[in-house]
Design a protein around this ligand. Structure first.
Ligand code: PXL
Length: 266
């Protein structure tokens, strides 16, 4: 049988809710063949860099080549890229790979405040990775930092942010409004011509670790199957909403989105 093949180039989140772990769980739920290239290992979720173990550039490129050469890749996503050096090499690898669908989740800060992209690496992300993207998926904080402005407070602001971000060179921009507490969970998808608003009811939970990773991984899986960006984003939004509605809480801290939630009757 044939199966769509997807690669995540991202960080490993040891506690299992985000990063590569969330991506692979999501890929499995979408019945695509998941592969990974680990850029850094995140062993805790504190604000410091303590517990973050950056992988050598050679290790990252060897992992990417393993996927490309032994299996083949129909779509890939990037998550935590952490340093300028990693960004430069990953950008070259993506270009060289000619993978037709590239989802860029511009991961910057984790749900518990851990810094997943160094401050000095933001410009490299904007100039080298974003222009390679089929779709970028910033949350409000990431969108604001990329545009060097304050975090917006209405869905209307999100629309012009999506238009401004489109100038950076991605085919599509998806600005996610999860952080806009007083509104429904509204996301704006801009294709260079028109804005599509995607709205779901806000889920009242703090246990949303991995939601962004899961959302972008789901988009990647659907693009690998040949869906349009519009259709991929709609399906992914529905999947992540269910995963947040039935989020898992553990002993401490922010709990996890539940990837298998869509399979169950609630
Ligand atoms: O949710 C953002 C994220 C992405 N990637 C890794 C993470 C986190 C959050 O903790 O650890 C590796």
């Amino acid at each position: 049988m044939t199966i769509s093949r997807v690669l995540s180039i991202a960080g490993s989140a040891a506690q299992g809710s985000a990063g590569i772990q969330a991506d692979l769980k999501t890929f499995q739920e979408f019945d695509v063949y998941g592969m990974s290239a680990v850029t850094a290992i995140v062993a805790n979720n504190r604000t410091t860099e303590e517990g973050i173990f950056t992988q050598p550039i050679e290790a990252i490129e060897a992992q990417v080549y393993a996927s490309l050469e032994h299996v083949g890749v129909d779509a890939l996503k990037t998550g935590m890229l952490f340093t300028e050096d990693i960004i430069h090499r990953v950008a070259e690898l993506i270009e060289e790979s000619e993978v037709p669908a590239v989802v860029v989740d511009p991961v910057m800060i984790g749900k518990m405040g851990s810094q997943l992209l160094k401050d000095e690496a933001i410009d490299a992300l904007i100039h080298h990775i974003v222009p390679l993207a089929t779709v970028i998926t910033p949350n409000l904080h990431e969108a604001a930092r990329m545009l060097k402005m304050d975090v917006p407070d209405t869905p209307e602001d999100m629309k012009w942010m999506a238009r401004d971000l489109h100038q950076l060179g991605a085919d599509y921009v998806l600005v996610k409004g999860g952080a806009l507490q007083d509104y429904p969970a509204v996301d704006m998808l801009y294709d260079g011509n028109s804005i599509t608003e995607l709205e779901t009811q806000r889920v009242n939970t703090i246990h949303t670790s991995g939601a962004g990773c899961t959302y972008s991984a789901a988009i990647t899986a659907e693009l690998a199957k040949g869906k349009s960006v519009d259709e991929a984003v709609r399906r992914a939004k529905s999947f992540v909403t269910t995963a947040i509605q039935h989020a898992l809480s553990f002993d401490r801290g922010v709990g996890s989105t539940y990837h298998a939630a869509h399979r169950k009757e609630w």
